[in-house]
Design a protein around this ligand. Structure first.
Ligand SMILES: [Cu+2]
Length: 127
C-alpha cells in the first residue's frame, strides 16, 4: 500500500515538472501569428515554432525574434532569454528557448516584415 502512494506521488511530481504543448494564435496589424511547440515545455531547452500569415498566405521573409522573461521575485532575480528564429523549409521559423525554472514566463514576440515595419505580440506561457 505504501508503494502505491509513492507511485501516485511521483506521478503528480512528473505532471508538475512538465508544462503543456504550446499553441497560441494572435492577430497584429493584419498578420495572423501562431507560436507553438511540438513537445511539452520543460525546464531547459525548448524548440519554439512561429508561423506568420497575411491573407492566409505564409510570410516567409520576416525577421523573427523573441524575449522570454520572468520578473524579479523575492529570492529570485529577473531572468530573461532572447533568441532569433531561423526560417525553416516549410515556411515556419524555429528558435530555441531555455527556461531556467518553472513558472510563468512572459514573452515579447517581434517580427520585422519586408516593408521594415516591426510588429510585436505580448503574452505568456506556463511550465
Ligand atoms: Cu522565477
Amino acid at each position: 500500500m505504501k508503494k502505491f502512494f509513492l507511485s501516485i506521488l511521483s506521478l503528480l511530481m512528473a505532471i508538475t515538472l512538465y508544462g503543456d504543448v504550446i499553441d497560441m494564435s494572435g492577430k497584429i496589424d493584419g498578420y495572423e501569428v501562431r507560436l507553438f511547440t511540438k513537445k511539452s515545455l520543460i525546464v531547459g531547452d525548448n524548440n519554439f515554432f512561429v508561423t506568420i500569415k497575411k491573407d492566409g498566405k505564409l510570410v516567409k521573409d520576416a525577421k523573427v525574434k523573441a524575449k522570454f522573461f520572468m520578473p524579479e521575485m523575492p529570492g529570485m532575480p529577473y531572468m530573461e532569454y532572447k533568441a532569433k528564429a531561423k526560417p525553416q523549409d516549410d515556411g515556419s521559423y524555429k528558435m530555441l528557448i531555455n527556461f531556467s525554472m518553472g513558472g510563468t514566463w512572459q514573452y515579447h514576440l517581434k517580427f520585422k516584415t519586408s516593408d521594415d515595419e516591426v510588429h510585436k505580440i505580448k503574452a505568456s506561457v506556463n511550465l
